[in-house]
Design a protein around this ligand. Structure first.
Ligand SMILES: [Zn+2]
Length: 152
């Protein structure tokens, strides 16, 4: 049986700011992110399995990505913590629960790298993460591919 790729689309609204960036993106602003998750594997050939004929149940993929990514980042604010803004950001976090402080810059590149690690480790046995595409705008997106990142 051939190796098949499955893709499911997700979306979430998230705000961020690029601390120290020389441009408009240093201000807090939001994006309507789109995330395309592609997995690969061989469809089950076991007629007694509830996943017979499937690489993976789309519903299972939906549940994994919603739990790890969408439920966490939808309507969230992600900011890079620096020694200078640490106190200020802690105060902000006291008021709004979906404020995440990270050590790295919350760019498309950093986010997709983190998402890939999280999703890859949650997939069922025999199913690999093949590709992620994260659209920050309609015209701009980052791509993560398994073949570019071995080992993960
Ligand atoms: Zn942005």
């Amino acid at each position: 049986m051939a190796v098949i790729r499955l893709t499911r689309e997700f979306s979430f609204e998230m705000a961020h700011a690029l601390e120290g960036y020389d441009g408009l993106c240093r201000h807090i602003h939001g994006h309507s992110y789109k995330l395309f998750v592609t997995v690969s594997g061989t469809p089950s050939t076991d007629p007694s399995s509830s996943r017979y004929g499937m690489v993976m149940d789309f519903g299972d993929l939906k549940q994994i990505v919603n739990e790890l990514i969408v439920d966490r980042y939808d309507h969230a604010l992600v900011l890079r913590q620096t020694p200078e803004n640490a106190g200020l950001l802690e105060r902000v976090r006291e008021k709004w629960e979906r404020v995440y402080l990270v050590d790295s810059q919350p760019t498309c590149e950093q986010m997709i790298d983190q998402f890939a690690r999280q999703i890859a480790s949650a997939l069922p046995e025999g199913v690999q993460l093949a590709e992620l595409k994260l659209y920050e705008t309609e015209k701009s997106h980052a791509t993560w591919r398994a073949e570019d990142n071995i080992p993960l």
